[in-house]
Design a protein around this ligand. Structure first.
Ligand SMILES: *Cc1c(COP(=O)(O)O)cnc(C)c1O
Length: 404
């Protein structure tokens, strides 16, 4: 078992006071905090090797290129991709999803179907709606139940030869539900549909195996897994990445340019136009190393304990209702307290140093399903403690007595 004090010492920000109170950071679903090794690696990059990659023969350019490509290999290993060129650096999950949705515009025709789920983040809904508008394809939605689980029998009914791509999150950001993506991917493949998995909320908690899942695309962000903002990965199977057209034109993504005709670079560079977030990509590798050193089994054990304890303690509060009660979920608790707007509670407990997210969490369809404007979301990470949960429960009781 890991020593929580040692872990917390890795995260300088956790020592901070906010509004005069020790920071309690329960907004990990929005972005995680960064360990000192990650912060130091950013400064080391700019202090010691900053140069543009792939362009120069000079030493620093070589060092930067090597470090960037080494980070790609780390990601490849981490997600068990078959080839390193199936790992594309992006600016985040949103970019990765848009890249694929944009590429499918050249594949889909009117009458085809695109399937999303009722549990998706707006960034895994809107790009597909835009794709449907462009191509005349129809958007289908896999429905959810009261617990916040996707209804698998309905999913099977919706699948047909018309389904060209299914896109679903591995873990829901609003409710924490872990979706049975492996089975869902297999079912989609039976009708010949491609599958994109939005792994933004999964990668902080587990190590995805893209070959075992057999997904066609897997997108995630660096900043929710202890890495820098503005970084991310899109994994795509080689055959799909060859099939899709480039997303952006520019430097680095070409083989040869003339005014008559331009030919594109091989994978992965075909999808990596322009100067990327070099420091970010390299340091995403550092973040992945950090998480692997802690060990995902240890991370899950710590977080599952926080989930069980937090659920039990929160339910002691009168009138508190938890949204998202799937048996398989991560350490995310979305809740409301009867008769009080989530925003009012969020503001009061912020004064007490507690950071939670309030609102629709970029998942308005889920809020509409429950008929609520939003929730309070406490999302835990391995560096949180039961004592912090106790403090939140006290703060919530205080807010409740002030507001009712
Ligand atoms: C955060 C999140 C996104 C969007 O990620 P960005 O880093 O903002 O691009 C997409 N899907 C889910 C499930 C998320 O939690």
């Amino acid at each position: 078992m890991l020593d929580i004090h040692q872990i917390r010492a890795d995260f300088p920000i956790l020592n901070q006071k906010v509004n005069g109170k020790p920071l309690i950071y329960f907004d990990n679903g929005a972005t995680s905090q960064k360990p000192k090794v990650v912060i130091d690696a950013i400064s080391k990059y700019y202090n010691e090797i900053n140069a543009n990659i792939h362009r120069g023969v000079h030493t620093l350019s070589q060092l930067a290129t090597d470090a960037y490509e080494e980070a790609r290999l780390k990601v490849q290993n981490h997600i068990n991709a078959k080839h390193n060129y199936e790992v594309l650096f992006t600016s985040g999950t949103t970019f990765g999803i848009n890249l694929v949705a944009n590429g499918f515009a050249s594949i889909l025709k009117s009458g085809d179907e695109v399937m999303v789920s009722a549990l998706e983040h707006h960034s895994n809904i809107v790009p597909w709606q835009m794709l449907c508008e462009k191509t005349g394809a129809t958007l289908k939605v896999i429905p959810m139940n009261e617990n916040g689980e996707l209804i698998q029998s309905e999913y099977e009914k919706l699948l047909s030869e018309k389904t060209k791509i299914v896109t679903v999150n591995h873990i829901s950001n609003a409710l924490g539900t872990i979706n049975p993506v492996k089975q869902m991917i297999a079912k989609a493949h039976q009708v010949g549909a491609a599958v994109l998995i939005d792994g933004a909320q999964a990668v902080p908690h587990l190590k995805p195996d893209v070959q075992d899942l057999d997904c066609d695309f897997y997108a995630f962000s660096g900043h929710k897994m202890c890495g820098p903002t503005g970084t991310g990965i899109l994994y795509g199977k080689e055959e799909w990445l060859n099939k899709l057209p480039p997303y952006q034109g520019g430097g680095e993504m070409i083989k040869e340019v003339t005014f008559e005709k331009t030919t594109y670079a091989d994978l992965p560079h075909k999808f990596e136009a322009g100067t990327p977030h070099i420091a970010g990509g390299i340091v995403l590798g550092t973040a992945i190393d950090y998480l692997n050193k802690l060990g995902f089994e240890n991370i899950q054990e710590l977080e599952n304990e926080l989930l069980a304890y937090g659920t039990k303690r929160l339910l002691e509060i009168e009138g508190l209702k938890i949204y998202g009660t799937a048996p398989k979920k991560t350490a995310v608790i979305s809740f409301n307290i009867e008769g009080i707007h989530p925003y009012d509670i969020g503001s009061i407990i912020d004064k007490l140093g507690i950071a939670v997210r309030t609102g629709h969490h970029c998942t308005q369809p889920i809020m509409n399903f429950y008929g609520i404007p939003g929730t309070i979301r406490a999302s835990f990470s391995f560096y949180n403690t039961k004592e912090e949960i106790d403090s939140m429960v006290e703060a919530l009781k205080k807010a409740q007595s002030m507001l009712s």
